[in-house]
Design a protein around this ligand. Structure first.
Ligand code: FAD
Length: 269
């Protein structure tokens, strides 16, 4: 473990399960995963994928010589979807969005036994504060964290959850408190758009959100996040701590190339 309490290790692909044709659960196995048992399911992790043709995980390291650079593993951010310490297994759920992205490509094509690097900050994470009403808006990349948030809520809370997926086949059954309503939004988009934000805002405007204690959690594509942050913070005047909004990806841009822009958007309002 290093100074910032990050644990990282190499694991191996053990099992691939298609939850539906656009969504894959991967099971990884490794011997050095005990520290991860202190992490909250739903917190984010970093995975490190060897570039094509490289058989091992070489973690980024400032001391590496330039000529080795193309062998360094590619870093992506995903969600800790669970683990079984006894079986030495960890789980990550991937949107299968094609082979252009190294993470999605790994989820679809990596052979059983393929290595992957996995890192997490070893700490408990509060996914959502204790309030009466929750407004949770995400796309398929956020399903793992949404599942974890819903599981963590008290039985008597209420709220609305909007999840954008590309077809009805992508609906998943979610354990949730009775007072939480789930709205699946089908959008088979091929380009950047804000259907998710527009539909959620229209619905919330119709029912009203003037409640005493409240929390909005937003995790989806950049344009939707921007629109929704604006809605809650500027239009509805919610406080900063009442809104957690972060772009999980940006249309047309690989994760590491959009990081700066996504972070700036996060600190915008
Ligand atoms: C905190 C956090 C947690 C996340 N958790 C998860 C998770 O549990 N499961 C999950 O699937 N994703 C999750 N994501 C999103 C994931 O990191 C991005 O989708 C990432 O870009 C995928 O990497 P890649 O190598 O497949 O594609 P990249 O190389 O990053 O991108 C290649 C191309 O694919 C496009 N692209 C990227 N993601 C998608 C997508 N979902 N749909 C369509 N096109 C896309 C990009 O715009 C780009 O054009 C999370 C992101 C964050 C910040």
């Amino acid at each position: 473990m290093n100074k910032s309490n990050i644990h990282r290790t190499i694991m191996y692909l053990k099992k691939r399960e298609y939850i539906n044709s656009n969504y894959i659960k991967l099971t990884f196995t490794g011997t050095d995963i005990e520290p991860f048992s202190k992490c909250t399911v739903g917190a984010n992790n970093k995975i490190f994928i060897p570039p094509k043709g490289v058989e091992e995980v070489i973690f980024p390291n400032n001391n590496l010589k330039d000529e080795l650079e193309e062998t360094i593993a590619i870093r992506r951010t995903y969600t800790h979807a669970g683990m079984d310490l006894r079986k030495k297994e960890m789980y990550v759920e991937f949107v299968a969005h094609g082979v252009e992205g190294p993470a999605s490509d790994y989820a679809i094509n990596a052979p059983i036994g393929a290595p992957i690097g996995l890192a997490m900050k070893i700490k408990e994470t509060e996914l959502a504060p204790d309030v009466n009403s929750y407004y949770i808006i995400g796309d398929a990349t956020a399903i793992p964290v949404i599942k974890a948030i819903l599981k963590s809520l008290k039985a008597d809370v209420n709220g609305e959850v909007f999840i954008e997926v590309s077809s009805q086949e992508d609906y998943q059954s979610l354990n949730k408190p009775e007072g939480i309503n789930i709205h699946w939004i089908v959008n088979n988009k091929t380009a950047e758009d804000t259907v998710l934000a527009d539909k959620a805002i229209t619905y919330l405007e119709a029912i009203g959100t003037d409640v005493t204690t409240r929390f909005a959690f937003i995790a989806c594509e950049f344009s939707n996040v921007r629109k929704l942050r604006n809605y809650f913070r500027k239009v509805k005047n919610w406080e900063r701590e009442e809104v957690s909004a972060y772009s999980y990806w940006k249309y047309g841009v690989a994760e590491t190339k959009s990081e700066k822009e996504r972070r700036e958007e996060k600190n915008r309002l």
